[in-house]
Design a protein around this ligand. Structure first.
Ligand SMILES: Cc1cc2nc3c(=O)[nH]c(=O)nc-3n(C[C@H](O)[C@H](O)[C@H](O)COP(=O)(O)OP(=O)(O)OC[C@H]3O[C@@H](n4cnc5c(N)ncnc54)[C@H](O)[C@@H]3O)c2cc1C
Length: 463
C-alpha cells in the first residue's frame, strides 16, 4: 500500500504496532492530517481554542503546494465585492457562502499583515503579499504555530482509521503507530501536483467508510490542442499576450476570459485558459471536442481590422502581410493552426480570423498537471461545522472538499476559510470555549447523520 493511502483491511494479531495513548494533560488531544494552508489554519484555530494539536504530514516539510503557489506570485485572495467573490464557487456557492462570510478576504489580508506580509491589490483586483512569495509568510506562521504549542510532525503518513478517532500513522522513525485522539481534521488536499504531497490517497478509505465523494477531476487545467508538428516544435513555451478566449455552449451561453496564454507541447496554459477549463472539460466530455475562439486583438474592432487588411498589396505573402500588420510569429502560427485549409486572402475573412480564431480543444490536461482539483468530499456528507456525518469527531477542510473555483485567490481563501470552520467546529464538538461560533447551516437538507458504533474493529493497511 502506497504512502498516505487509506484502507480498511483488518489488523492481524501479529502486526507490529505501537499504541500511543491520549496525552495525559487536561487539554483534548487533536490531530490535523495535512500541513497545507487548510490544515495549518485549522490547527491554529483549534490551538487558540485550547486544544493540544499535532499536525501530521507525510512530506518532509509542510505546505509544499502553498510554497509552489508562491513561485508564480502568491495570489492569496481577491478584492472584488463579496457577493461576486462568493459567486466564483459556482454551484457550491451556497455551501461556501457562510464559510467565506465568516472569514472573508479582508480577514485573510489581516492575517498576512499580522505575520509581517502586508498585502496589496494588483491591477486585476487580485491580492498578493508584499513579497509576492509564500515562504516569508509560511516561516512567520510556523513560528507563531510553535508559540501556540502546535506540534508539526513531518514524515508521518496517515493510513487509515483503526477505530473511532483512532489514527493509524506510519513514519520512518517510529514505524506504525495507533494514535487515539479526541477530534481529527482531515486536510489532505486534492490530487493535483501529487509530488507536492496531495495525492488523493484518502478517497478509497473514506468512500469505504460511507462518505459521499464526488470523483476527483482536473480544475484550472491546461487545454489539449493537437498542434501541427511545426507549430509544436517552433512555439512550445511561447507566450501570446493579451488575448480574449471565448467558448459558447447551448446550455450555458458564452464564457470569456482575458489575459496571457502560453503555448505548450500539448496545448495551452495560462490564467484565461484555467478560467475556461471547467466549462471546456464538461463540453469535451459530452461531445469529444469543443471549439475555443481566440481573439488576438481584443482592443481593435473587426471593422477596423478589415479596413486595415483591405490595404494589402495583391502579391504580398501572408507571413509578410501579417507581420507588417503587427502580428508576431506565434500569433501567425496560431492563425494557421486555426485555418487548416489555408489563410484567407479576403480582408474581412482575415479580420474575422484574427478576432475569432477557432481552435479544436480535445480535452483538458490530466489531474496531476492541473492547478487544482474539482470533486472531493461532498458538502452534504458534512454538517455545518464540516464534521463528517458518518464519522463523528472527524472534520474535513480545504481542497479535499468538493468545491471548484477559478484561479484568482479563491482556492487559498477557501482553504483558509474551511480550515477555520473545521477548527472551530472541532473546538465546539469538544466543548472548548473558543469554539462557540459556528457558521449557519447551509441551505441544503443534507444526508441524515448515521453514527458509527463506539468500538470499531482495528484495521490496518494492506502491505
Ligand atoms: C502551481 C500551483 C499554483 C497555485 N497558485 C495558487 C494561487 O496563486 N492562488 C490560489 O488561491 N491557489 C493557488 N493554488 C492552489 C492552492 O495552492 C491549493 O488550493 C491549496 O494549497 C490547497 O490547500 P489544502 O491545505 O487544502 O491542501 P494542500 O496544500 O494540498 O495540502 C495538503 C497536505 O496534506 C498532506 N497529505 C496528503 N495526504 C496525506 C496523508 N495520507 N498523510 C499525511 N499527510 C498527507 C500533503 O502532503 C499536503 O501537505 C496553486 C496550486 C498550484 C499547484
Amino acid at each position: 500500500m502506497g504512502e498516505g493511502q487509506l484502507s480498511h483491511a483488518r489488523l492481524t494479531a501479529t502486526a507490529q504496532v505501537k499504541v500511543s495513548l491520549r496525552r495525559g494533560d487536561a487539554r483534548p488531544g487533536c490531530a490535523v492530517i495535512g500541513a497545507g494552508p487548510a490544515g495549518l489554519f485549522a490547527a491554529e484555530t483549534l490551538a487558540r481554542a485550547g486544544a493540544h494539536v499535532t499536525v501530521y504530514d507525510h512530506k518532509a516539510s509542510p505546505a509544499r503546494k502553498f510554497l509552489m503557489a508562491g513561485r508564480g506570485g502568491l495570489n492569496i485572495t481577491h478584492s472584488e465585492p463579496l457577493e461576486r467573490f462568493i459567486s466564483r464557487y459556482g454551484d457550491r456557492a451556497p455551501y461556501m457562502q457562510p464559510l467565506i462570510r465568516a472569514w472573508p478576504p479582508q480577514d485573510l489580508r489581516e492575517f498576512c499583515a499580522e505575520l509581517g506580509e502586508p498585502t496589496f491589490i494588483g491591477s486585476s483586483g487580485r491580492v498578493f503579499p508584499r513579497s509576492f512569495k509564500a515562504s516569508p509568510l509560511l516561516r512567520a506562521w510556523l513560528a507563531r504555530l510553535a508559540r501556540l504549542g502546535v506540534v508539526i510532525a513531518p514524515r508521518h503518513a496517515f493510513l487509515v482509521f483503526a477505530g473511532e478517532r483512532v489514527l493509524r500513522l506510519t513514519s520512518p522513525e517510529s514505524g506504525e503507530v495507533l494514535h487515539s485522539v479526541d477530534a481529527v481534521i482531515l486536510a489532505m488536499g486534492g490530487a493535483s501536483w501529487p509530488r507536492l504531497g496531495s495525492n488523493g490517497g484518502w478517497v478509497k478509505g473514506l468512500a469505504a467508510a460511507g462518505v459521499a465523494i464526488h470523483p476527483l477531476r482536473p480544475a484550472n487545467a491546461g487545454l489539449r490542442v493537437s498542434w501541427s508538428v511545426i507549430y509544436q516544435g517552433d512555439f512550445e513555451g511561447q507566450p501570446i499576450k493579451n488575448v480574449v478566449l471565448r467558448h459558447e455552449s447551448a446550455r450555458h451561453g458564452p464564457i470569456t476570459a482575458r489575459g496571457d496564454i502560453v503555448v505548450t507541447r500539448s496545448g495551452l496554459e495560462g490564467g484565461p485558459v484555467y478560467a475556461l477549463s471547467s466549462r471546456l472539460r464538461a463540453a469535451t466530455e459530452a461531445a469529444g471536442a469543443a471549439i475555443l475562439y481566440v481573439d488576438l486583438r481584443p482592443d481593435t474592432s473587426l471593422e477596423h481590422l478589415a479596413r486595415k487588411f483591405a490595404k494589402r498589396p495583391p502579391k504580398q505573402s501572408h507571413a509578410t502581410f501579417l507581420r507588417r500588420a503587427g502580428l508576431n510569429r506565434a500569433e501567425i502560427g496560431l492563425l494557421r493552426e486555426a485555418s487548416p485549409h489555408g489563410l484567407p486572402r479576403d480582408a474581412e475573412a482575415m479580420a474575422e480570423l484574427v478576432k475569432n480564431a477557432p481552435l479544436t480543444i480535445a480535452g483538458v490536461s490530466d489531474l496531476d498537471r492541473a492547478i487544482s482539483t474539482a470533486g472531493g468530499v461532498s458538502f452534504e456528507a458534512c454538517d455545518a461545522r464540516l464534521m463528517l456525518r458518518q464519522l463523528p469527531g472527524v472534520f474535513v477542510a480545504g481542497e479535499m472538499l468538493a468545491f471548484d473555483a477559478p484561479t484568482g485567490g479563491y482556492l487559498l481563501q477557501a482553504a483558509f476559510a474551511t480550515g477555520r470552520a473545521a477548527g472551530l467546529g472541532a473546538a465546539q464538538y469538544l466543548g472548548l470555549s473558543g469554539g462557540k461560533e459556528t457558521p449557519s447551516e447551509p441551505d441544503h437538507a443534507g444526508f441524515a447523520p448515521r453514527h458509527l458504533p463506539n468500538s470499531l474493529e482495528l484495521s490496518a493497511p494492506n502491505k
